[in-house]
Design a protein around this ligand. Sequence first.
Ligand SMILES: [Zn+2]
Ligand SMILES: [Zn+2]
Length: 251
Amino acid sequence: MLELTILGSAGSHPGVGRACSGYLVRSGGTAVLLDAGNGSTANLQRSVAYRDLDAVVISHRHVDHCIDLIGAYYALRFDPSLARRIPLYAAAEVHELLTGLLSRDTALAFDEVFEHLEVSAGDHLEIDALTLRFAASVHTAPTVSTRIEIGGRSLVYSGDSAGGPELVELARGTDLLLCEATWAGDPADYPPGMHLTGTGAGEIAREAGVGRLVLTHVAGGTDRAQVLAEARAAFTGPTELAEDLHTYLLV
Ligand SMILES: [Zn+2]
Ligand SMILES: [Zn+2]
């Protein structure tokens, strides 16, 4: 059984009542936070206390995916019941960015709260009974897409991505693809190598043969209905827009 709760579905900056990227994955007693964008941990704490996270995985260094770890650090540092460091799987530059925002002493204390473990494309790790695999994402900063599996159930989170064969391969046959769809319309109207449109996300879901497509990271100025319509035109399986606090159960 895998449970995915959307903590933040906004792209690049928070929207009205909508936080930036954050996704809580739970299975049995294990809780993993995928990304911690602006505002997402306000929603996290409705379900899980910071201290009860088994791990945090950050896809890349952009602040709409990691900045809430600064607040999490302060909460954990002054939590007397915290008995262990929380594993933080992320590229070195995520750790550099976050600690660079803190004073020297505070940056050292950050490492007493979080145990930074570097991850990059091709890595494979286990968190309790969950298996995680990472693939390179096409984006403007080094970014990983993540696949989480347990007991024959799986989900894949694209991270920020302009698509590409690695994402298709990682997502192949997954039960749920949580895919970014920042834009709508003609990809030629946007800078290359950054993000997907609704059509692009739908095409990846179709090529990978996924069970369900959930569209996230839609930019504030993008027409959400158009993103959904584009994805549905490209992929005939169940497709919807991610909404903050919605939970998907994969059984
Ligand atoms: Zn982003
Ligand atoms: Zn990004």
